[in-house]
Design a protein around this ligand. Structure first.
Ligand code: CUA
Length: 661
């Protein structure tokens, strides 16, 4: 926070406040004669003291860098948004599951990653990205990798934070959707991907009348190899679960390291069918008073997998449910109605679950869970999974308000829970040792947000040592917060100041996101991120993160032909490509490599060929290779799509495709 305090101090000088006022002044049509001092401008704009406090808490002068970076999922845009805090400036979109032309992702480059994400040979050109997870070392974000799940197609992507690019997409062939992902274990040994809607495994057919016997839930533990920067699918395994709808998961940490917790809904095993007079899902799924918190001994499951306890199905390792039960890998504990998420407290000692249809959060004690397991559960569910009695594992229940969903933590011993129905965020004290025993388990206060908050994210909030200071509410609706741009409204991310103790919190800033719905975010201190400014060496292949042996160094450019296979080797530098003419025949197969030989930061060149759907972003040092069949004859101009220099317009060339006679 040191860097931020300095900025704040600097901002509080009158000179800077005048600048701030000047920045706001013209936009609001403030009359020049009213005075240019900031007090006059603030007064003419009707700004309150609280508004001015919010302004100085968030205003970030030109050239001043944000102390925090938030990685927010892009929902059904399939992407990830990178946002600076507290300025709430959008710094970058990372293309993940969806082709994205600015980054040239899927338009000549990035195709190998998108190909990995194919399901049954079908190229999927979108995703529903839900929960980003930063890699961790000893339970703290380490700034190296980011993972994100695709709820719609049950996939997980790996992003390398050296260049903020997607390197891998994996898919468990046994399952088609997920929600409980991604979450990492404290040293990123595993990336957890919980399922969601129960299905017959492996894409098989089974009628809904066979739901209880043929449908199953699933959780996948993807083994991550930090050296290769890839998930090792051969070392990964899944666990079969009863056909409840597993929801959100979290990994244990410190005392609970080696355990994984997931909530679930639809332990009623409702199958819907409103059109046939059955209760609709919304009623059937919420009929019972409790669902099951899933408690998984991951360390023991790993041993069972490694000693041959898993079976192979469609190339995926899976521990069958009966093996999981026999080896004490899986336990249930009741949780209140329609829970949505379970969050492990910073010291790993408490698990917080909230039922959407219950005004309380329920706090489970990891020690009590261990004691109850040791004592031997006396009940099982319909599938033989041991069920721990709620009173034996519960530490506390705290009444917060209507529709509690997700919980985050800070450095003062407070927890924060989003209240969906109340459109508010509740702050409450953790009464356990090491948090706020002086306050007990108690609601401290709530702050309204606009509107229908889903997830919330606090600074370093999922680590063993949250930073506090800021919290972002990821609101599902924005209604009247912004100028109307038609019936499709943006989501609203609201920045909340949580620096002060007790009930005091303040909404500082509203940030519209005019793209797919951000679900969850993680916020990392920006000094933990060390991305490259340019690629380390000229000729870099970002997919392998090494120099491409086919990189085009100046002097090695040219067009060569072997039968109908044409190889184009091209360099790009301000402000020309070499060569500038490429002459080929209709029917040729073309393999085209371009190296951006620039070493200057931000000297990015684009490369676009019309009709052939080629559009690249070639960053300093990068080498890109793309292939196509020259199906269309004619003359095709190519040009640089990045405004790279005064002679950017001249950075162009011609591809001449002679028609076959
Ligand atoms: Cu290179 Cu414009």
């Amino acid at each position: 926070m040191l860097k931020y305090s300095k900025v704040l101090l600097a901002l509080l000088t009158a000179a800077n406040l005048t600048l701030l006022a000047l920045a706001f002044g013209p936009r609001l049509g403030v009359q020049a004669q009213e005075g240019s001092d900031w007090q006059s401008i603030a007064s003419s704009r009707g700004l309150t003291d609280a508004d001015l406090r919010a302004a100085v808490m968030t205003y970030t002068p030109s050239g001043v860098l944000d102390p925090y970076v938030m990685f927010a999922s892009g929902g059904h845009s399939g992407q990830v948004f990178v946002i600076g805090l507290p300025s709430m400036r959008l710094l970058r979109t990372i293309a993940v599951f969806t082709p994205e032309p600015w980054q040239g992702y899927g338009y000549g480059a990035g195709n190998e990653v998108l190909a990995e994400g194919e399901i049954s040979g079908q190229r999927i050109t979108w995703g529903d990205s839900h929960h980003p997870a930063l890699s961790e070392t000893n339970g703290d974000y380490d700034g190296q990798f980011l993972f994100i799940g695709d709820k719609a197609n049950g996939r997980v992507a790996v992003i390398d934070l050296r260049d903020f690019e997607t390197k891998q997409i994996v898919h468990n062939p046994l399952y088609l959707n997920d929600h409980g992902g991604t979450f990492v274990t404290p040293n990123t040994e595993y990336v957890v991907e919980g399922g969601q809607y129960a299905l017959p495994l492996g894409g098989q057919y089974a009628p809904l009348s066979d739901y209880q016997t043929a449908y199953r839930g699933m959780i996948t533990f993807w083994k991550f190899n930090r050296e290769t920067g890839r998930i090792d699918t051969a070392q990964s395994f899944a666990m079969e679960l009863p056909p409840y709808w597993q929801d959100l998961c979290d990994a244990g940490k410190l005392v609970s390291d080696g355990w994984v917790f997931c909530n679930s809904i639809n332990t009623e095993m409702a199958t819907g069918g409103i059109e046939s007079g059955n209760p609709p899902f919304e009623a059937g799924v919420s009929r019972g008073t409790t669902d099951y918190l899933h408690i998984i001994n991951l360390r023991a499951a790993e041993q069972v997998f490694q000693s041959g306890g898993a079976v192979e199905m469609m190339g995926m390792n899976i521990i069958p449910l009966d093996i999981a039960i026999q080896n004490n890998l899986l336990f249930f504990a009741p949780e209140p109605r329609s829970p949505h998420g379970v969050d492990v407290a910073p010291h790993g000692d408490y698990m917080v679950a909230a039922g959407k249809l219950d005004p309380h959060v329920t706090v489970y004690s990891f020690q009590k869970i261990q004691d109850a397991i040791a004592a031997g559960p006396t009940e099982t569910d319909a599938y033989g999974v041991p069920v721990l009695a709620l009173e034996s594992v519960m530490e506390a229940q705290v009444e917060l308000g209507l529709g509690p969903l997700h919980t985050q933590f800070d450095n003062q011993g407070y927890a924060y829970t989003s209240l969906f129905l109340d459109s508010a965020v509740a702050r409450w004290s953790l009464g356990g040792e090491g948090y706020r025993p002086q306050d007990g388990w108690a609601l401290q206060g709530t702050i309204p947000v606009q509107y229908n908050v889903g997830h919330i994210a606090s600074a370093e909030g999922d680590t063993v040592s949250p930073n506090g200071g800021f919290l972002v509410a990821l609101n599902k609706w924005s209604v009247d917060r912004f100028l109307n741009t038609g019936p499709l409204l943006p989501q609203n991310l609201q920045l909340i100041d949580i620096t002060q103790p007790g009930a005091t919190m303040q909404v500082l800033y509203d940030m519209p996101i005019g793209s797919g719905e951000p679900h969850y975010a993680q916020i990392i201190a920006s000094d933990k991120l060390h991305p490259w400014e340019v690629y380390p060496e000229v000729g870099w292949d970002p997919h392998t993160q090494s120099v491409d042996p086919n990189a085009v160094l100046p002097g090695t450019e040219g067009v060569t032909r072997d039968g109908t296979n044409v190889t184009v080797r091209m360099s790009a530098v301000r402000s020309h490509y070499t060569p500038e003419h490429v002459e080929i025949q209709q029917g040729d197969h073309v393999t085209w490599t371009i190296t951006n030989v620039e070493r200057a930061r931000d000297a990015i060149h684009g490369f676009a060929i019309p009709v052939y759907n080629i559009n690249l972003s070639i960053e300093p040092g990068e080498t890109v290779t793309f292939e196509f069949d020259a199906t269309q004859s004619g003359v095709f101009d190519w040009y640089c799509t990045e405004f790279c220099s005064a002679l950017h317009l001249e950075m162009a060339g011609y591809m001449l495709v002679q028609p076959t006679p």
